[in-house]
Design a protein around this ligand. Structure first.
Ligand code: GRF
Length: 194
């Protein structure tokens, strides 16, 4: 049995953090056991902190406002990640732009609520909904120094079919809660090479 350690970074609601913990944390898949050894929120009031506690994971709060620069904040993140021994970092609704201090030292994946490379940025759900695209979707990609720009590892689409904005968003979150844990498992079990 090989233990595979992951770290999860989040900023708010934490529904994807919860999906990963529920489906993967302390679970065994063939010969690997997955453990979330570190969870970090940059916001003290993130609801994800309570969600993590339900799974016995105590999230650390690292407030980015207490650092002088993005780089200094990233130095702290990298230090904690290295100490934890996590081999993969998962950004699950982590709303910070990361600098090369982070991206060049850490193997990380990010979840994004659009079919990348379309609709990068923080308003992807609304932007994709307001476009004339007949499909929406979700991407999981490697984190690079370009925002939402690293190699795409997994994508899933759905049909517009007259959805309201609320239904569009709901569909995106439903897909996210499946595709993120699945992609993590595929990476850790060597089915996806990163
Ligand atoms: C998700 O839509 C994700 O794609 C985006 O931020 C949102 C996080 O939601 N990056 P939650 O905090 O996991 O509920």
């Amino acid at each position: 049995m090989v233990v595979k350690k992951i770290a999860i970074l989040f900023s708010g609601n934490g529904s994807n953090l919860e999906a990963v913990l529920e489906k993967l944390h302390n679970k065994i898949f063939n010969d690997i056991k997955i453990e979330c050894v570190l969870a970090i929120s940059n916001k003290a009031r993130a609801y994800g902190i309570e969600r993590a506690a339900k799974y016995g994971v105590e999230a650390k709060v690292i407030n980015h406002k207490e650092f002088n620069s993005r780089q200094d904040f990233d130095v702290k993140l990298v230090e904690l990640i290295k100490q934890s021994g996590a081999e993969l970092v998962v950004l699950a609704g982590f709303m910070r732009i990361l600098t090369p201090v982070f991206t060049e030292q850490v193997r990380a994946i990010n979840l994004h609520p659009s079919i990348l490379p379309l609709f990068k940025g923080a308003t992807a759900i609304l932007d994709s909904y307001q476009s004339d695209m007949q499909v929406g979707g979700v991407s999981v990609h490697l984190v690079s120094s370009e925002l939402d720009g690293g190699k795409i590892l997994a994508q899933r689409t759905f049909q517009r079919e007259g959805k309201s904005l609320e239904e569009w968003e709901e569909k995106i979150h439903q897909i996210e809660h499946e595709i993120l844990p699945q992609t993590i498992l595929e990476i850790l079990s060597g089915k996806i090479h990163v």
